[in-house]
Design a protein around this ligand. Structure first.
Ligand code: SAM
Length: 277
């Protein structure tokens, strides 16, 4: 028992919250598990937490029971609001629920730093939100850490190292300005209904400054071009990036015949600096 509220199966029955595919709904009903996920985010006392897609509130309850100062939960499915209101009543002043699309809501207007983001994301918007959170106009961003559920295959792309099949834009974009690790793997049966694939919780802690200097836009453009044609040699895939690309690759210590997946973060940043002049 992490709180005095009814078990989630009862909540779902009482509010008729049958999971809908269109909302990407796979619920976590084990409150010990949701409290464990909340703990991955570290000490939450004195921290505001943004949760996207609370659904019936399993993870929300985990976050509150683990001591979050405040939780801001953004949920698109209006059917979930009465269940979430019961949680808000049990934790006075600590849970604010916004009905809406997380891609459209200005969450920061409702949050006070320090801020952590913890979500069991709908898979269809998960990668898009991660990219937005990782590419703000200013660095450091408004959040200190992201603790997010992904399909295992996406989680592996986030933490991938050079030379592996999973290594690409997502790994570079995250690892350039943050530490990323997989905190736990969950089998399909952990969810109701079970999805087709396994899931993983990824914990991402932002760095104060990028690991190596580079212009974010130049780096992003280069990496996108390199991995769009990942089977090609860099002198071919990056041809459109600069008239003297071969010379700049060599100057950056990268063999023009190498492929994108062989190049580590530091070398990508060196090349981005060389291109930016
Ligand atoms: N957090 C709950 C849990 O762990 O049991 C539910 C997780 S379920 C995978 C994803 C939740 O995100 C659903 O409740 C769904 O309605 C909600 N959702 C889907 N798209 C959304 C969006 N664009 N903005 C906010 N919530 C969304």
């Amino acid at each position: 028992m992490i709180d005095n509220l009814p078990p989630l199966r009862e909540v779902i029955r009482a509010h008729d919250l049958r999971a809908k595919k269109s909302f990407g709904q796979n619920f976590l009903l084990d409150l010990n598990l949701t409290a464990r996920i909340a703990r991955v985010a570290g000490d939450l006392s004195g921290t505001d937490v943004l949760e996207v897609g609370p659904g019936p509130g399993g993870l929300t309850r985990g976050l509150l029971a683990e001591g979050a100062r405040r939780v801001l939960a953004i949920e698109k499915d209006a059917r979930c609001l009465p269940a979430l209101a019961e949680i808000a009543a049990a934790y006075p002043g600590r849970l604010e629920v916004i009905e809406g699309d997380a891609l459209a809501v200005d969450a920061l207007a409702h949050l006070t730093p320090p801020i952590k983001i913890v979500s069991n994301l709908p898979y269809n918007v998960g990668t898009e939100l991660l990219i937005r959170w990782m590419t703000p106009d200013q660095w450091p961003p408004y959040w200190d850490s992201l603790t997010l559920m992904f399909q295992r295959e996406v989680a592996e792309r986030i933490v991938a190292k050079p030379g592996s099949k999973a290594y690409g834009r997502l790994a570079l974009m995250v690892q350039w300005r943050a530490d990323a690790k997989i905190a736990l793997h969950l089998p399909p049966e952990a969810f109701t209904p079970p999805p087709k694939v396994s899931s993983s919780v990824v914990h991402i802690t932002r760095l104060q400054e990028p690991r190596y200097p580079a212009d974010a836009r130049v780096l992003e453009r280069l990496v996108a071009a390199g991995f769009n044609q990942r089977r090609k040699m860099l002198r071919a895939s990056l041809k459109g990036q600069h008239p003297q690309i071969e010379a700049l690759l060599e100057q950056s210590g990268i063999a023009p015949t190498a492929r994108a997946e062989e190049i580590g973060l530091e070398a990508w940043c060196r090349l981005a600096r060389a291109i930016a002049g």
